[in-house]
Design a protein around this ligand. Sequence first.
Ligand SMILES: N[C@@H](CCC(=O)N[C@@H](CS)C(=O)NCC(=O)O)C(=O)O
Length: 208
Amino acid sequence: MKVYDYKGFPNPARVRIALAEKGLFDKVEFIHVDLPAGEHRKPEFLAKNPSGAVPVLELNDGTLISESSAITEYLDQASGNPDLTGTTPKDRAIIAMMQRKIEAGLMDAVGAYFHHATEGLGPDIETDQNPTWGKRQRNVAVKTMGWMNTVLADRDYLAGDNFSVADITAMAGFAFADFAKIDIPADLTHLLNWRTRVSARPSAQAAA
Ligand SMILES: N[C@@H](CCC(=O)N[C@@H](CS)C(=O)NCC(=O)O)C(=O)O
């Protein structure tokens, strides 16, 4: 398997954490895509992912899977021991729900702030900025942190008692928030404790 990515970037980090959790990190070939140079917008890469974004997983039979949650779903379900995306219909639905809320409310909101309300990846890449919208998305991210704190008041992980892809999305989302200088408010103690807990996992180093 090949993973097209850019080490240190937020969405590739999600797949790197998932690979580490599944013990597959050394079983894939990482292909560096030079985002700041615009390699992801060239026809060769757009043929792999028309969205022009990393990560992309390429299976040995040539199948191309983009979207970090879909890649994680594949890695987990194909492993024979799906412990990140659930097994029962109810667990799978709850994990998918929490993953998507955190993806939209934290990861994507921080991304919108970074790309629209800061210099982002520089003028050659950030050609369609909307700073007003970007700043509003910063508020969305902080509001989402508050909601996550209430969720974590009575559970160890975001989708229940077990670590899941929802936690992976949040781990990468908070690393991105750090980079974009959006702090977790100090009174969100459940969330801060959760972050300490997941940061101690060996997989957290995979994305660093
Ligand atoms: N929804 C996608 C988002 C992928 C994404 O936005 N990746 C960023 C890197 S963190 C990217 O490639 N950005 C390039 C661009 O938007 O120009 C996922 O879950 O993988």
